[in-house]
Each structure stands twice: as C-alpha cells, then as structure tokens.
Design a protein around this ligand. Sequence first.
Ligand code: FUB
Length: 323
Amino acid sequence: MTQKRYLVPDDFMADPSVHVWDGKLYIYPSHDWESGIPENDNGDHFNMKDYHVFSIDGDPMSAPVTDHGLILKVEDIPWAGRQLWDCDVARKDGKYYLYFPLKDQNDIFRMGVAVADSPTGPFVPQPDPVRGMYSIDYCVFEDAGKHYVYFGGLWGGQLQRYRNNKALEAAVLPEGDQPALCPKVTTLADNMLQIASEPADLLILDKDGNPMKANDPHRFFEASWMHKYNGKYYFSYSTGDTHYLCYAVGDSPTGPFTYRGVILTPVVGWTTHHSIVEYQGRWWLFHHDSVPSGGRTWLRSLKVCPLDYDEDGNIITIEGLDK
Ligand code: FUB
C-alpha cells in the first residue's frame, strides 16, 4: 500500500503541475470552488477563476506547505471569458512563464501566458492569447535547451473540434476501432510568448505497435505530462472517462511513444490528473481526488505519494483508492 498525503486540507486544489527550482518544489494547481454550476459532460462545473502557488522545502510527505497566495485571476486577463483550467509554468533566463487555458468570450479555449520575475508571482498576463494554440492542459517540458508544449483534452477540452490545427465546422470524435485523437506537441519561440512550430500529433502506439484506438480504455483523453527517466521520455496522461493515469515511453520528446501501463488506478471523483517529478533523490506523483469533498467531482484535493520503477523502467502501479 502506498502512503499518501493531502497537501492543502483547507481548500480545494486540483491538476498539480510541479517543478523543482533552487532546491524547492513549486506546485501550480487549478483552484476549485463551489460556483453552483451543475455538472455536465462539457465540464461547465469546473468554473475556476484564479490560481495560487504553493511551495515545499523538504520531505513532500511531511514538510510544511507554504501558500504564496493569489498569482493570477480571470479579471486581470483582458480577453477572458471563463474557466481557468490546468496550467503549467516554465523558467527561462530568470523569468517565469505561466501558460494557462481559458475560454475567450466566444467560449473557445485559448492558451494565455503571464510573466513573473519570481516563481511565486505576481504573474502579469499578456494582452492576447498565443496565436495558433487551442484546447487545454498545457504541459511545458525543457529538453536540450528547447521548450516543448504538450496539450489537448477531449469533450469539454474541445480537441475534437480541430483537425490539422484548423477548427472544424462540427466536432468529430473518433469511435470504435478508429484511431484515437492524439495529444499535440509544439515548441515555444525564444521569447516564450508564442509557439515556434505548428502543433503536431504525438503518436501513442499500443503494445502491438498500432496507433491506439478510440475504444482502447487506455487512450489519451487529457492531462499531458512529460518527464525523463534513465534517458527515456515518459509521456503520461489521463484516460478521462475510463479514469486511469497511464504512460507511454519514447526515445525522443516528440515520439513516437509506446503504451507501457497504468500509473494510478481510478480515484474517488471523475477526473484524474497529475505530475511526476524527482526531488531529493526520490520520484513523486502529485495528483488529486475528491475524497475530502465527499465525492463532489468539481471540488478536488491535492495529494502526493512516492512513485517507484522496476528494474526495466516500468512504473509500479499505484492504487487510486489507497489512503
Ligand atoms: O480542472 C479542469 C479540468 O479537469 C482539467 O483541465 C482537466 O485535466 C481535468 O482535471
């Protein structure tokens, strides 16, 4: 059984993006709250309006968690409509760049960027969304001096409304044994404020070497994360309506990736979302569940637990229902 710890017991936080900077862990979560919007498949009940940042200096299972307060809110973003979903932060040349999905005034998810001089903000949003970006759950990963952005989410995340980076007249979600929709990958420009390349499909192959099918319970849904372990690239993600956190392994940050297994079995709640980081000589899984809110899917709580690999580099599956 894997021991876990709730990190912010007096508030609802989800979708943790975690980075180690200058010897500390920085956690950038979504900030859930009770807005009274009924639950639906479009995710309207995830009606978040701001972000906080937290840090931990020491053992993630026991060290104090510092809340550095509000770092960005919807009212400060000139093009805002609604719903600040899962964000991520990157550092370059002493500046910090927060990438966030937010619906514009036409209810279309766009990627915004806000910039700060410190990992704890305050973050100042750019006046316009990033050109050529869409959908949700941006994960920024630095490798050999390049910053890659992984993204995409089905259903309320709107990925099914696009093909080849163009908006469709009507959404099309593959079904049955058609190939599943792929997550997308692109790179950031030197100034970190625009993308440098057209988003491309991040191919995930099943164990037989075929592109994952839409009816595979382990197909990509949302919540991209990337980490590197023993020279290999580990792309991890949520399977959404089948409620797993899964991973696929590749030899390059742009793939192709081959499906390897389940990281976390379903938790209490509908969504599952995470990040994986190495800190103080151990690997850690940060994620969320809805146990403290009594299963209310839109009120989620942050958790951490150790993550282990076997001698072949496979991640040892963690039970989502373990306390
Ligand atoms: O928190 C809102 C959305 O729920 C996230 O963007 C998804 O990954 C899911 O966790």
